[in-house]
Unconditional design. Structure first.
Length: 263
């Protein structure tokens, strides 16, 4: 009987109509419409409930996997995976690929390699420059670099990048104030690229460290010199830990937020 019932199952609610079930469980016959109606109605309702439980379990299983979840479930799935939020540039397919191996990402969080990897997912070729890196490269004496705060670092983002691409600098365009639509090194509209940077760096950096600023290079000729200091054309975006922001304006605390050698 078990083989006959389960050899080609469709759903629980259809089982009473199979040969394996007795007549008193089957739908009422046309010539006697009241025969065992209550029994069939009860059994059918019970089995329909089982079907809903099965469907809910199947849906949960599909939604829990990044490769099978529907597109509208991916963002919530990323939160479930420990805050692996969708990047601004992500499509559904690229976000699925990003979520495919969450453990591989978590294991690198708190490291330079992990931070560079997450910034690469945002679309940036980046370098993390720590106090140790600057001291070893001869940028300045240990007590001068970030004032001797060994847990400070900054992030360099190389060109081309989405933050500065497409925006004209005043000194390049020679436009006079309020006579041009040119923006000064950043966009006041559109996606919050800087906010995305803050989120990812805060999530991935070692807990005891502090990102003081991000240097965004504007062209391929600009970058870090031998002392790991920025040269050429670049924009500096101040960073602070949230608790450092000055209340009530929430202005940046001006402490090594522009230059690792200048407080």
């Amino acid at each position: 009987m078990a083989i006959q019932e389960t050899s080609a199952p469709l759903d629980f609610a259809s089982l009473p109509t199979s040969p394996a079930y007795p007549t008193w469980v089957k739908p009422e016959p046309a010539d006697r419409p009241t025969k065992h109606r209550k029994t069939y109605t009860f059994v059918r309702g019970l089995m329909a409930t089982w079907d809903r439980i099965v469907n809910a379990g199947r849906s949960a299983a599909y939604c829990h996997g990044s490769q099978t979840a529907p597109a509208d479930a991916l963002d919530l799935l990323g939160e479930t995976y420990g805050g692996l939020a969708r990047a601004i540039r992500d499509s559904d397919s690229s976000y699925r690929a990003y979520l495919k191996g969450p453990l591989d990402r978590w294991y690198t969080f708190g490291t330079k390699a992990g931070m560079v990897r997450e910034l690469a997912h945002l679309g940036y070729r980046a370098e993390v420059v720590s106090w140790r890196d600057l001291v070893d490269a001869g940028a300045a004496a240990p007590n001068v670099v970030f004032g001797g705060h060994v847990n400070f670092f900054f992030v360099a983002i190389y060109a081309p990048n989405a933050i500065t691409t497409g925006y004209t600098l005043w000194k390049v365009s020679n436009a006079k104030w309020k006579t041009s639509t040119a923006r000064w090194a950043a966009s006041t509209t559109g996606p919050d690229l800087v906010g995305e940077l803050r989120r990812v760096i805060a999530m991935v950096k070692p807990a005891h460290t502090s990102c003081r600023h991000v240097v965004v290079f504007r062209d391929m000729l600009s970058g870090l010199n031998a002392q790991k200091l920025p040269t050429g054309s670049y924009t500096v975006i101040p960073f602070n830990e949230p608790w450092e922001r000055i209340r009530p304006t929430y202005a940046f605390n001006p402490f090594y937020i522009q230059n690792p050698l200048v407080p």
